[in-house]
Ligand binder design. Structure first.
Ligand code: COA
Length: 323
């Protein structure tokens, strides 16, 4: 039996920081409102000459260093992103070139918005279990700041840029126990960026280039769906909540994280929370939180970690992983 195991983690945040006080100068909002409703204190945003691939490269190099892996060892690259550098080549192909991976192995992006990393991990796990790859680089990287309407206080205060990565390797010992991926395409009107190359590109109105969200409704959906996906994951393995050492939720909003933890009767001490420092970084949020908890020693070898995410599409998913 072949399993996949996480052997290295890495993350990267761009240098430039926008605090809530900075946002008070851009839109009608307040530090108090943002902290109370979201738990966010600041977010990092890319400089004009920085891109998603730049962030992905830094996170990937850190994960490879931890795993002790060189470019020639990597035989699969999957990048979860909604904000690729270009329409094509994929960010994964750009990253392959940057890292000097020249062995002809596959590289592609998956687009599942905030669930992008969990989707990418699920796909990489299948490749490894099937014997089609032995050492995958799985990345979540976003420059969401580029698709925000900086006049819309209902969305621009919530998001930030960043990247997280893992090295996933074939092993005869269980690492990833299972991944659970879902989507329901009926809720496009609640969360989307309507602009694309296929629809309305000639008559585009300005706001359609940016993220649009009915925050209240998305909030309810997120809490219900994240509760269900955790239950589905634990039920598959006959596990109780108390057997999970760490929950790594998508870092969208502290109130969504707390409501999910309450619903699942998981004490907050077992939940990794990083949203205060960088806001919602979409596909980057789960691997960045994972990296923080691995590097500060919270996650220890042999522990059971449950990751979950929810995003536009709607998409949602989870991964249950032994470290
Ligand atoms: N600063 C100050 N006031 C703001 C504001 C801001 N940044 N954004 C919205 N408001 C105002 C609204 O205009 C509204 O004013 P009104 O009552 O005069 O109309 C009031 O605050 C309440 O708005 P509401 O949308 O009901 O607030 P909320 O408690 O639902 O919080 C969100 C709004 C966006 C923080 C919350 O709905 C949320 O987090 N949703 C989920 C978003 C998310 O995580 N999406 C990504 C999922 S992957």
């Amino acid at each position: 039996m072949i399993y996949s195991r996480i052997t290295g983690t890495g993350s990267y945040l761009p240098e430039k920081v926008l605090t809530n006080r900075d946002l008070e100068k851009i839109v009608e909002t307040s530090d108090e409102w943002i902290r109370e409703r979201t738990g966010i204190a600041q977010r990092h945003v890319v400089a004009d000459d920085e891109s998603t691939c730049d962030l992905a490269e830094q996170a990937a190099r850190r994960a490879m260093e931890m795993a002790g892996r060189r470019p020639e060892d990597i035989d699969l690259i999957i990048v979860g992103t909604t904000t690729p550098d270009q329409v094509f080549p994929s960010t994964a192909c750009l990253l392959q070139q940057r890292l000097g991976v020249h062995n002809g192995s596959p590289a592609f992006d998956v687009q599942a918005v905030c669930t992008g990393f969990v989707y990418a991990l699920g796909v990489a796990d299948q490749f490894i279990r099937a014997g089609s790859a032995r050492c995958a680089l799985v990345v979540g990287a976003e420059t969401i700041s580029r698709i925000l309407d900086w006049n819309d206080r209902g969305t621009c205060v919530l998001f930030g840029d960043g990247a997280g990565a893992v090295v996933l390797e074939a092993s005869d010992k269980p690492g990833v126990l299972s991944t659970h991926l879902h989507a329901d395409g009926r809720y496009e009107n609640l969360l989307s960026v309507p602009r694309g190359v296929g629809r309305g590109y000639k008559d585009m109105i300005a706001g359609e280039a940016y993220l649009q969200m009915k925050g209240n409704e998305v909030f309810k959906w997120a809490v219900n769906t994240l509760g269900r996906i955790v239950e589905e994951t634990l039920e598959k393995h006959g596990l109780e909540q108390s057997q999970v050492d760490w929950l790594i939720p998508h870092q969208a909003n502290i109130r969504i994280i707390q409501a999910t933890a309450r619903k699942l009767k998981l004490p907050m001490e077992k939940v990794v929370v990083t949203v205060e420092n960088h806001g919602n970084t979409s596909a980057a949020s789960v691997p960045m939180a994972l990296d923080e908890a691995v590097r500060d020693g919270r996650i220890q070898p042999g522990q059971l970690v449950l990751m979950e995410a929810f995003g536009g599409g709607f998409t949602w998913g989870s991964a249950l992983v032994y470290f």
